[in-house]
Design a protein around this ligand. Structure first.
Ligand code: NAG
Ligand code: NAG
Ligand code: NAG
Ligand code: NAG
Ligand code: NAG
Length: 193
């Protein structure tokens, strides 16, 4: 591999590690939900975003977040996750990566158990820059909690696949970045040997 090939591989690896969506205004990035990741009706949808380290941020950004769909067959009315997302730059939200400082906020949206399975979007609307950032997601059908009874085995079978999938989605989305970082490291080491 020549040097530019190595650079490309490394950049691709970094791109996958930080599967974040960058806002058009470059004032914030969306780090959760992950684009096209599956979530389950009746369960929690994590919403996480990072903010630039800029004291003038309140003049640059005013965020509301919606849960919506572009599929009209869904017959779904937009839901407001928050009409005034927290953009404070307090110490407890402060994060550092190498020398870069940013701020991170997280909130949880409980996907209503009545939500039909299908394609949805989490839309970040910035009323200052008048730009949107959309993250497409997939919602899997609601799986009722199984009751501990003698018929639990039968019920567990029905609820099984979705709930296993939900847990899998959660843990895989957490673990994947580490896995890709490891792959990137191995590729890098190979390139130098
Ligand atoms: C958003 O992501 C880009 C690319 O990874 C990075 O350069 C920028 O610093 C990030 N901004 C925030 C606020 O996290
Ligand atoms: C759409 O939803 C509304 C209210 O929930 C309902 O009254 C209407 O019948 C639904 N239409 C279709 C085509 O499902
Ligand atoms: C769905 O959620 C509502 C309120 O959150 C609750 O009252 C209802 O029992 C739930 N339905 C099922 C089938 O779990
Ligand atoms: C941003 O999203 C909102 C809510 O869905 C919509 O009303 C608005 O037209 C969108 N703006 C742009 C610039 O796409
Ligand atoms: C999913 O991840 C969140 C935090 O990222 C954690 O609080 C929650 O318990 C996890 N759920 C499952 C089903 O693993």
């Amino acid at each position: 591999m020549n040097l530019s090939m190595r650079a490309i591989v490394l950049l691709m690896a970094i791109g996958v590690v930080s599967s974040q969506v960058i806002s058009p205004s470059h004032t914030y990035n969306v780090t959760a939900p992950e684009p096209n990741a599956p979530y389950v009706a009746g369960q929690v949808l994590p919403v996480r975003y990072t903010l630039v380290d800029d004291i003038k941020l309140p003049n640059l950004l005013s965020l509301s977040i919606y849960f919506t769909t572009i599929d009209p067959s869904m017959n779904f009315t937009d839901t407001v996750i928050t009409s005034n997302a927290d953009i404070s730059q307090g110490f407890s939200f402060r994060r550092t990566q190498n020398t870069m400082v940013y701020y991170e906020h997280e909130l949880s949206y409980a996907i209503p158990n009545t939500t039909r399975a299908g394609s949805y979007q989490v839309i970040f609307v910035d009323s200052v820059s008048r730009t949107n950032t959309s993250v497409p997601i997939v919602v899997r059908p609601y799986a009722p909690p199984t009751l501990p009874s003698s018929t639990a085995a039968g019920n567990a079978n029905k609820a099984g696949p979705s709930s296993i999938f939900a847990i899998h989605a959660n843990s895989s989305s957490r673990k994947q970045p580490e896995l890709f970082a490891l792959v990137a490291l191995i590729l890098l080491l190979c390139a130098f040997l």
